[in-house]
Design a protein around this ligand. Structure first.
Ligand code: PFF
Length: 445
């Protein structure tokens, strides 16, 4: 078992670095845009507070009390049948799947950082063509950028918890926050700002569909990095005496705030230039560059800052996606960190290459399974199935399998009895039920 411990700020920034990622700046705004804005945002906020935060605390509890990798944590904490519960711990391998497509998107962002130095596309149509050509035509370019993102991630994790993960987060997270603060104040000077606020915070309930509700629940897991032992793994390196409830609260707060701020910035530009908020996944890669074009040279600067912020958010999350599997190999097989990473790298490299090729016109058909390209399939299987399933298992495990007295003995140091009962009720009933509904919906409708 590794002895490295985060500093107090180090843990909060690393966990926030994991949570704040492409999910906040890319996914959340386009989902809010597609689902009508305010009502969706409100449901998402409620979900984070009522479900996400509870499972987050449960993961921190498991990691902090065992100080073991995800698989061993389940074995150790189970009151009976520990050996069976180790299978639940294999959720750490979801990371391998997520990393395979996540680093490809970070690669796209790197390409857009470079694009920010040249003439930006003059219209949304032109921007759409550019994005389409990159994803479906230029596999060599995409592959090259995927390699950069992937090896950068692996290099950071190879340096270990203190010198790699903590240090990167200590540098990139404050920079990311500074850039977003700047962009936020800059966007305030645009007339679209007010419209953006109204869109995001004025709920129009009739725009809320059943599917928006379910999407909000699913996204709460992804955005808080729940359901694959990431938060659990980071919590194994918590400093002694840390108030785990308070830290969980801070992380969820930072994550939510950054999603909202990113949304406000993006929709300010969208409304200012009369674009539609419902563009979908292309919102950041297609709508924004075209809007930035209208701002002249300042547009290039804003574009650069925006994509750099997005890259920082992505990298700090990517390292957290590798760490649970890495710690499992290191802990279980007494492996050197470098050896564990080489095994992970080989698998991700193969899957990542398949994912890149699956988006191309030339090779897509060879990498299509069950009607979905490898890229979409990895995204779907991990975000729609594995993460919610993992979150539900964690909630049920802490709620029903570990003895209540044991959980209470630890948690009562950080929570009043009233809060404990509320949290306990949430992980036993509310969270599992909500996840069940989301999964059934995603799988069958
Ligand atoms: N929370 C990250 C985001 O919002 O982009 C994604 C993520 C990171 C998911 C780590 C799962 C995970 F374990």
């Amino acid at each position: 078992m590794e002895k490295a411990r985060f500093s107090r700020v180090g843990f909060i920034l690393a966990a926030a670095g994991s949570a704040v990622g492409l999910g906040n700046i890319w996914k959340f705004p386009y989902m809010a845009g597609q689902n009508g804005g305010g009502a969706f945002v409100l449901i998402y906020l409620l979900t984070v507070v009522l479900i996400g935060l509870s499972i987050f605390i449960a993961e921190v509890y498991m990691g902090r009390t065992t100080r073991e990798d995800g698989v061993t944590a389940f074995e150790t904490l189970a009151a009976r049948n520990g050996h069976i519960w180790k299978y639940a711990g294999f959720m750490v391998f979801t990371g391998v799947l997520i990393l395979s497509f996540y680093t490809i998107v970070i690669g796209w962002i790197f390409k857009y950082i470079i694009l920010s130095f040249s003439t930006l596309p003059i219209s949304v149509g032109a921007a759409g063509k550019l994005f389409g050509a990159m994803v479906s035509g230029d596999w060599e370019g995409q592959f090259a950028f995927f390699n950069i993102a992937f090896f950068l991630t692996m290099w950071i994790v190879a340096r270990g918890v203190k010198r790699g993960i903590e240090r990167v987060n200590l540098i990139l997270m404050p920079l990311l926050i500074l850039i977003l603060i700047f962009l936020f104040f800059y966007s305030m000077t645009y007339t679209g700002f007010e419209k953006s606020l109204t869109f995001l915070f004025y709920p129009e309930w009739d725009k809320l569909t059943q599917s928006s509700l379910l999407q909000a629940v699913g996204h709460a897991f992804f955005t808080l990095s729940l359901g694959m032992g990431t938060i659990m793994t980071y919590a194994t390196s918590l400093p002694k005496g840390e108030n785990i409830v308070k830290s969980s609260f801070y992380v969820a707060f930072i994550d939510t705030l950054i999603a909202l701020v990113a949304g406000i910035i993006i929709f300010t530009f969208v409304f200012h230039f009369g674009e539609k908020p419902s563009q979908g996944p292309g919102l950041v890669f297609i709508s924004l560059p075209a809007l930035f074009h209208h701002m002249g040279v300042m547009g290039n600067v804003i574009s650069l800052l925006f994509f750099v912020a997005l890259a920082f958010a992505g990298i700090t999350s990517a390292v957290s996606i590798v760490e649970p599997t890495a710690l499992f190999f290191i802990n279980r097989f007494k492996m050197a960190r470098s050896k564990a990473l080489i095994i992970i790298a080989v698998i991700v490299y193969i899957l990542g290459t398949m994912a890149v090729l699956s988006n191309t016109k030339a090779y897509g058909a060879h990498f299509t399974y069950f009607g979905k390209g490898a890229f979409d399939l990895m995204d779907f299987v991990s975000a729609a199935i594995l993460l919610p399933l993992g979150g539900m298992i964690i909630a049920i495990f802490v709620g029903f399998v570990i003895e209540r007295d044991k959980v209470h003995a630890t948690m009562s140091k950080y929570m009043s009895d009233r809060l404990f009962n509320l949290w306990y009720f949430s992980i036993r009933y509310i969270a599992p039920a909500a996840v069940m509904i989301v999964m059934i919906n995603k799988l069958f409708f």
